[in-house]
Design a protein around this ligand. Structure first.
Ligand code: RP5
Length: 164
C-alpha cells in the first residue's frame, strides 16, 4: 500500500463515526490516508508535532475534525504550510454551531478551509482533499470527473422516480 498523502486527525475517538465519511471518500478516489486522534487541548504537543512534521512525512493535505471549542484545525494550520480542511463536529449541546464558529472564524493569515457540520462536512472534506490532490494528479482528476458524472445520473434517476 502506498504512503498516506492525506492525514485525518480528530479530537476524540467519539468523532470517528462522523469522520469515517472522510476516510471512505478518500478510499473511493484511491487516495491513501492515515487516521489518528489528537486534541488541541488535551494533547497540544502531539498535535503541534503532527502538523510540523506532516509535509516531511509526505502528507499533502490535513483534515482536522473536532467538536465543541474546536481549535484543532486552526491549531494545525498554525503549525504547517499544508492546506488544512476543518470539519466541525456536532458533539455537544450547541449541535455543532460552537465547533463551526471555532473552526471557521480564523484570523487573517492562517486559513482553514471549513466544510459543513457533521457527516456531510466530513464527506466533503474527503472530496475537497481529493480535488486538491487532483491539481497535480491526472488519475485522481479523472476519478473526480467520473464522480461528477455519477452525481448527474443519480439526480436524473431521482427526478424520474418522483416525476408526474
Ligand atoms: C472535542 O471534544 C472532540 O473533538 C470531541 O468532538 C469533543 C468531545 O470529546 P470526548 O469528550 O468525547 O472525548 O475535543
Amino acid at each position: 500500500m502506498s504512503n498516506p498523502v492525506v492525514g485525518i486527525v480528530m479530537g476524540s475517538d467519539s468523532d470517528f463515526d462522523i469522520m469515517k465519511a472522510a476516510v471512505s471518500a478518500l478510499d473511493d478516489f484511491g487516495i491513501p490516508s492515515e487516521v489518528t486522534v489528537s486534541s488541541a487541548h488535551r494533547t497540544p504537543a502531539k498535535s503541534a508535532e503532527y502538523a510540523r512534521t506532516a509535509r516531511e512525512r509526505g502528507l499533502k493535505v490535513i483534515i482536522a475534525g473536532a467538536g465543541m471549542a474546536a481549535h484543532l484545525a486552526g491549531f494545525m494550520a498554525a503549525e504547517t504550510t499544508l492546506p488544512v480542511i476543518g470539519v466541525p463536529i456536532d458533539a455537544g449541546p450547541l449541535k455543532g454551531l460552537d465547533a463551526l464558529l471555532a473552526t471557521v472564524q480564523m484570523p487573517g493569515g492562517v486559513p482553514v478551509a471549513t466544510v459543513s457540520i457533521g457527516k456531510a462536512g466530513a464527506k466533503n472534506a474527503g472530496i475537497l482533499a481529493a480535488q486538491i490532490i487532483a491539481t497535480a494528479d491526472v488519475e485522481v482528476a479523472a476519478k473526480l470527473t467520473a464522480y461528477k458524472e455519477r452525481l448527474v445520473k443519480e439526480v436524473e434517476a431521482k427526478a424520474k422516480r418522483i416525476a408526474k
